[in-house]
Design a protein around this ligand. Sequence first.
Ligand code: FE
Length: 235
Amino acid sequence: MGPTRRGILKTVVTAAGAAMTSDLAQAQEQEHDHSHQAVPSDLTLRVKSLESLLVEKGLVDPAALDALVDGYEHKLGPRNGARVIARAWVDPAYKKRLLADATAAIAEFGFMSQQGERIVAVENTPKLHNLIVCTLCSCYPWPILGLPPVWYKSAPYRSRAVIDPRGVLREFGLELPEDVEVRVWDSTAELRYIVLPERPASSEKLNEQELAALVTRDAMVGVTKVTLSQSGGAA
Ligand code: FE
């Protein structure tokens, strides 16, 4: 590391330290998984210094970066996934396409981006419950679920979802009967999953839009079911 880069890193550290209130630092700690250090991780610092350099040299427009981040945070959220699930519930032909080739079926809605090049949909049934994890890091189907929640990236979830999936589900409030098989799917950078939850009982009169409003992010990860009393997906 040359003196220039050291200087940049030092500037970034100083600026970050000065700007962060304790609340913000805490939020960042929660947002960035894997560790609980008080200062930003090495990777965060590298990204910040790279961003500073690119902006300083006029190679990227900060507004363009903000727009990209905003897109991932607000436009590629779980509402997209909820629309896909509701369509599958009301349109058997679409459901068939979704289960055969989820990437293509999801692209029918125009939902495509990085972090979702290949997506597989796994269907819950009365006798089978699917649960999604990334044991290695935090791979997640961004185009349809947005950014992964903090718990999804946490070490306890990543390890325990595989070792004791029923215990994890219980902590999310989902107690499954012993005769329901639980299948855990380990995501990778190349292959990500979405759960097609069971359509809730007594929802026959709801239209596609109303059904979509019931589908939560957590149900599409497989840690909860969809029920009539749910509304939207909590952050
Ligand atoms: Fe990962």
